[in-house]
Design a protein around this ligand. Structure first.
Ligand code: SF4
Length: 282
């Protein structure tokens, strides 16, 4: 069964939702990643994409911390991806050119919150939280994908990341608001889109009704994952499209068709890297 101290995240809940067996293998059996789900030249490009996304996040974090960082232009850049260096510098310039005047004045980069979720805990790690006392609290997430999904407000509103982030802020935001809870109506999530300079923001608000719905959905997922015991109670998904980008597909003897690189694949792999680096007991 799942360890009693296990802390859920958007990634682990997403894994359970997509495929209970993947959740079992990754978080209960703790089976080391047996192979990349992608091979050949695409694998190098995928890794380079992840690295330059991580690099941009690091530069932005240092910017908000006011650290007189080494100039990004002089830092080593990832290779193996067509035009990686150019893209990275274009994104950085777009970031510098963005008007952040709409954001509350207090800016907290790379902030982690752990929120109660029934008997469990739920981790959310924000790229940036901008907050004002008795005013708005805005989570900002930097997106470097070029997927048109990012421009679809309804789709982005439904994303598990959106639901987890807003729920966590409304539940545990008091920790960064002088001990005062942050009501759902004051919570916002803004996605900054590095590849869409003509529409750099996608903004999502929140409400009491959405908060209650998120609690029900996230709790149901967490409790379902927690009450199961043994590999058999974590069946392989019926939707084999999830297998195409799953590291365990050789183990499961699933192909799911040719692996492709998608927005969700990139996001999931980035999120996994972050989860592995985070220890909630630190
Ligand atoms: S390969 Fe498919 S069935 Fe196996 S863990 Fe991955 S998603 Fe689940």
């Amino acid at each position: 069964m799942l360890d009693a101290a296990f802390v859920f995240s958007q990634q682990s809940l997403g894994d359970f939702e997509a495929c209970p067996r993947r959740f079992y293998l990754r978080y209960i059996a703790r089976l080391a990643w047996p192979a990349s789900w992608i091979s050949g030249p695409d694998a190098a490009r995928h890794q380079a994409r992840l690295r330059r996304g991580a690099l941009l996040h690091r530069w932005i974090e240092r910017h908000w911390l006011g650290i007189p960082a080494q100039a990004p232009a002089s830092q080593p850049l990832p290779d193996g991806d067509d035009g990686a260096a150019d893209n990275l510098r274009i994104w950085w310039q777009r970031f510098l050119d963005t008007d952040f005047g709409d954001l509350p004045a207090q800016r907290l980069p790379e902030l982690s919150l752990v929120a109660a979720l029934g008997r469990r805990r739920l981790l959310a790690r924000f790229d940036l939280l901008a907050i004002e006392t008795a005013g708005r609290a805005v989570i900002v997430d930097w997106k470097t994908s070029a997927s048109p999904t990012l421009l679809d407000t309804a789709s982005m509103r439904r994303r598990l990341q959106t639901r987890v982030y807003l729920y966590a802020l409304a539940t545990a935001g008091a920790a960064c608001n002088g001990g005062l809870p942050i009501e759902p109506a004051r919570c916002h999530l803004w996605y900054w889109l590095a590849n869409f300079p003509e529409q750099p923001w996608l903004r999502i608000g929140y409400s009491d009704a959405e908060y209650r719905a998120d609690y029900d959905r996230l709790l149901a997922l967490a409790e379902d994952a927690s009450r199961r015991a043994g590999e058999r109670e974590f069946p392989l998904t019926d939707d084999e499209r999830h297998c195409a980008s799953c590291a365990y597909r050789a183990l499961c003897r699933r192909t799911g068709g040719p692996a492709g690189i998608s927005f969700e694949n990139d996001e999931a792999d980035q999120s996994l890297l972050e989860d592995e680096a985070f220890d909630p007991e630190d």
